[in-house]
Structures are given as C-alpha cells and as structure tokens.
Design a protein. Structure first.
Length: 584
C-alpha cells in the first residue's frame, strides 16, 4: 500500500516472491497433509524471512495425478487443504503482514474428471459442451505440434471410448485441452478470474500460456490468437480491479517471451527461462560468457513490466533453451544419477545440485538478487533442504518443509506413515540437522544470510527498477555490472571461480562519481557474502579532495591506471562490502 492508502500498481517490481505448495508447508490437523490453517501459522516466519509475495502452487480440487495441475473445479479448495473460509482468512492474515498472494491460473487444460469434460464426451456434435474441448476423428490434425512430455506420451491425441473420438492434450492424456476458439470457454475463464480476484487474490501465474490455441500448419504454440485473448483478459482486469497482475509462464527465448508483455496491455511479468541454466553453466565452467550473452539478448522492460527470475523452475533446471552441447554438459555436471533427469530438465533442489556448497549457493543467490527482475525463491531452499530423487516425478522436490528436529520434522503430528510424502532422511540433508529451528538459532546460517540480503535488497529499489550495464573485465571468470536508478548506482562484482582472481575493471564511465564507506544515514554497513563485492556510487556534487580518513576506508579499491580500478575478488575471504555514498 502507498502512503495515501492506495495500492501501488508497480508493487511487483520491488517484490520478493516465495513459491510454495500448501500441502508441503505445515499440517495443522494431523492428517499428514499441509493446509491453509497451517500456512496461516507460518506467515510470521515468511514475513521475518523478508518475502512480500507468495506464489501458491495449485490448491484446487483435483485427483492429483499431476500434483494439482489437473483441475476438477476452478472455484473451490481441495478438501485436504481446507475450505474457502480458511482461504479467505489466509488472505486476510497475509495482507495484514504486507504479503501479497499470487495463485496458479491453469488456462489450457483441465482434468479428464472435470464436469466440463464429462459433459463434452457425452454431448452430440455441435452442442454447447462438445466444443469446450478439441475433438477429432483422426490423429492427423496438428501434426507439426511437438509432444512435450515425450518420456510419458507418444502422441498429443488420445482416444475416448465414450465419445468415440480423439481428444487433444499437450501434456498428459488425463489433461484434455480446452478449446479457446470457443467464446464460451473464454467467458468461463474470465468468470474464474473474477471469482478469485473478488476474494482478494493479487494476481495469477498463467501456466503454459503459450499453448492456448491450435492452428493447422503451425506448432500450435505462441499463436497470435493467444495475445488477442491476453489483451482481452488484461483489459477486463484493469477495468474492474486495482493492483492485480498476470505472470506469463512461457519457456521461450527472451525476445519471444517479451512478446507476452505486449505494449503494456498483456502480462505484467514474464519468466526469464534461458537465464536459469546459464547461471549454472557459468558457475560450472567458471566463465561469465553464458550469463553476459543471455542478458544481452534479453530485451529491457518498460516501466510497467518486469522479468521474473529464478534458479529453478520450481521442479527442475529446464534445459529447453540451451544447445544440445550445453545440455549434454549440464547433464554430466549436475545429473550424474539418471533418476535426476526428467523430461527436458534436471529435477533436483538447489543444495544437492551444488553438492551442498554454501558458498556457491550464496554466489548464485547474490547474482539472482542483483540482476534486473523480480527474484523467486522456492520453499525450503533458504535452509538448504535436500530432495528424494527416488520418489519419482515432481515428488522428489516437494517433500514436507523441515521446521525442527522433532517427529516428522515438525511438519505434522501424524503417524509418519500417514504423511503425503516421506521426510528427507538422507545422511547429508536429514531433517535433524537441516531445519528452520536449527538455522534460526545460528546467526551464521544460510537462512540468516538470506534474511540479511533480502533486507538489503528491499531497501534499494535500484535492484527492482534500475537499469543494468556490464562493465568490461580483463578476467573472464569475474562478472561485473552496474545497476542504476535515479541517483542510485550499485556496482556488483562476482568471482565465478573457486580460486581467488584478479581483474582490471574499466570505470572510466564513473569519473563524475565518488565512492565512500559511509552508508545511508551515516551508518557503516557490511554484509557477508561469497565471491562478491557490491559498491554504491553517487554523482559528485562538487569537486573536493577526500579526507584522509575517507580515503583509508576505501582502501579495498586500488587504482592501477586512469579509468581503471583493481579488484582482488576472492572466494576464500567470503566477504562482501556494501558501500553507499554521502555528499562530501
């Protein structure tokens, strides 16, 4: 909320998103399944962590064949998770803490148990419900469309004995695709949007938005009709609601994903998928090129749009937007066990991906929090939770949140055999040592590090709203860029190598700036990070020799030649210097 009580329409630019599954977070009634009353009890933890927006994975009624993405009712809560009354109370409690809530809007398909599909399969050709889905007497239509989950499905068509026809699905056969060519389907979706926005939801993630329409002779992806519908949806939301957002899930190259912004009349945010694998590629190869290359290909956003950034697409490192050579390298580097390979990605949590190396986790998070866009955290990653790759499908990275070292990791009081999924018992990541309580008792823990970094980021809107420009480095292992917004300028230097590195950085563009060790309001601020030096610059107000004491405080910058400064960045020192500038 702004000072005058109105909602800031650009709140998403300064947000820190936290993605969670309701059934994985906290069980309040001892049935072994997380629920909304349990989530309410943990809102204080989320507020203290520093997040101000929650992204909830599907919580709608569902047979749970695809972890809730197979919906049987759009306007209700799965009975395992509570009731609509519980959800309303959750929204109220979250908003009182300044936390916004974004939910999944699963546009393109439903469960084959949805009442719409039950009516459609029984309906006569040309009747109302028949055209709610895409039917055909042959599998020859839309042959150019790829099979996305080729490990699970051999075709995008499946035969229905009751309808005596084939129905279209882009994912699993139990998820028939809605027919968005039918105006009634579009109207039904808009009614769903109205239902949740009137309850108080702050926005939607548009799941698989690229697959809404089908057209012969095309790949049936990213068709112009999709953008026409999104404009219609956005216009409806802007007309009737204030401060609500749409986030596009479009796994595309940046210039293609940017199309979902439109000209500010489609989605407010879009995920930057290609950046995700290149952060891991750059870390493993100790080379800044993959990161710089993809960021230079990423179009800038307008003042009312924003990229969403994450280290993993909740379940996995998606590898669709890399070359075959890069994919093979990433599989060899991060997926030694074949159980970690799933469809087109690597399904693992962050800590196991990085061999539980905290310094690498801190490095990736620092880069993520510093790049242009809104960062997204995945539940449990703030304490370095492990996974169970032998559970299969998505389940290995959706195990219960580990709160303490008591029974069931403090997630539930139920019989351990009753839990929806088993607690992590891996020797390295067992819940007795990896849990929230243990981390919070240790000021040097990962969760405290994340709290401090998020607090620093929240104070500086340059990270959410500023521009970015790379600074030339003489060492390809050292990443350097500047973030600029109004009078704020922040230099970020990150060492991707496991060893200490030296580099020369071209600061000729900052001749009109000054640097001091004094923080905002005169307080000196230092934050422990890995591989990284962050420095704040301000434009010089007047030419004046710096006092000797101030120059001494800036001794970590050693000028080597005109326009260049020398940074001894090191992994071993684990030291970040955050410095801002006061007028002399």
């Amino acid at each position: 909320m702004t000072a005058n009580g109105k909602t800031d329409p650009l709140w998403f630019k300064d947000a820190i998103f936290y993605e969670l599954s309701v059934r994985s977070f906290y069980d309040s009634n001892s049935d072994g399944i997380g629920d909304f009353p349990g989530l309410i009890q943990k809102l204080d933890y989320l507020e203290d962590l520093g997040v101000n927006a929650l992204w909830l994975l599907p919580f709608y009624p569902s047979p749970l064949k695809d972890d809730g993405f197979d919906i049987t009712e759009y306007c209700d809560i799965h009975p395992d998770y509570g009731t609509l009354k519980d959800f309303k109370l959750f929204l109220k409690e979250a908003h009182q803490r300044g936390i916004r809530v974004v939910t999944e809007l699963i546009l393109n398909h439903t469960s084959d148990q949805h009442p719409w599909f039950e009516k459609s399969r029984r309906a006569r050709a040309g009747s109302r419900y028949k055209d709610y889905y895409v039917w055909s007497e042959t599998t020859e239509k839309f042959k150019e469309a790829r099979v996305i989950f080729s490990d699970e499905e051999s075709s995008n068509w499946s035969w229905d004995n009751e309808a005596k026809a084939y129905y279209w699905h882009r994912f699993y056969r139990h998820q028939p695709e809605l027919n968005f060519e039918n105006p009634e389907v579009q109207h039904e979706i808009i009614k769903v949007v109205d239902f949740w926005l009137k309850l108080g939801v702050d926005g939607f993630r548009l799941s698989s938005v690229a697959f809404l329409f089908e057209k012969e002779g095309t790949s049936c992806e990213n068709l112009p009709e999709t953008h026409v519908f999104l404009k219609k949806l956005r216009a409806h939301i802007d007309k009737h609601y204030e401060g609500k957002i749409l986030i596009a899930e479009a796994n595309l190259w940046p210039e293609d994903a940017a199309a979902y912004f439109g000209k500010g009349e489609e989605c407010h945010m879009s995920f930057n998928y290609p950046l995700m694998p290149r952060l891991f590629l750059g870390l493993r190869t100790e080379d800044t090129y993959p990161i710089i290359d993809i960021m230079e290909q990423t179009p800038g956003t307008t003042p009312d749009t924003q990229w969403a950034l994450f280290l993993r697409n909740h379940d996995e490192i998606g590898l669709e937007m890399v070359t075959e050579e890069e994919k093979d390298y990433l599989f060899k580097a991060y997926a030694n066990d074949p159980h970690t390979k799933h469809n087109l990605g690597i399904r693992r949590r962050l800590s196991p991906l990085l061999n539980n190396d905290r310094r690498k986790m801190e490095l990736l998070y620092t880069i993520l929090f510093s790049l242009p866009g809104t960062p997204v955290l995945y539940y449990g990653d703030e304490i370095g939770m492990g996974d169970n790759i032998y559970l299969g499908d998505r389940f290995g990275v959706r195990t219960p949140m580990q709160w303490n070292m008591s029974l069931n990791a403090g997630f539930s009081d139920a019989n351990p055999q009753k839990l929806y999924l088993p607690i992590i018992t891996d020797p390295v990541y067992r819940y007795e040592s990896v849990n929230v309580a243990t981390h919070e008792e240790n000021p040097s823990s990962l969760v405290w590090w994340i709290k401090n970094v998020l607090a620093m980021r929240s104070r500086l809107n340059v990270f959410g709203r500023g521009d970015m420009k790379f600074i030339d480095s003489s060492n390809a292992k050292v990443l350097c860029f500047v973030r600029s917004y109004e009078s704020q300028r922040i230099i970020v230097v990150a060492n991707l190598s496991q060893f200490s590195q030296a580099t020369s950085l071209n600061f000729s563009g900052f001749n009109d700036c000054d640097i001091t060790s004094r923080a905002w309001k005169g307080r000196s601020m230092r934050l422990r990070l890995v591989h990284t030096v962050i420095s704040g610059f301000r434009p010089m107000r007047r030419k004046k020799r710096r006092r000797r004491s101030e120059a001494a405080n800036c001794s970590f910058l050693k000028q080597r030649s005109p326009g260049k400064r020398y940074f001894p960045t090191t992994m071993k020192s684990a030291c970040l210097k955050e410095k801002f500038c006061n007028p002399l």
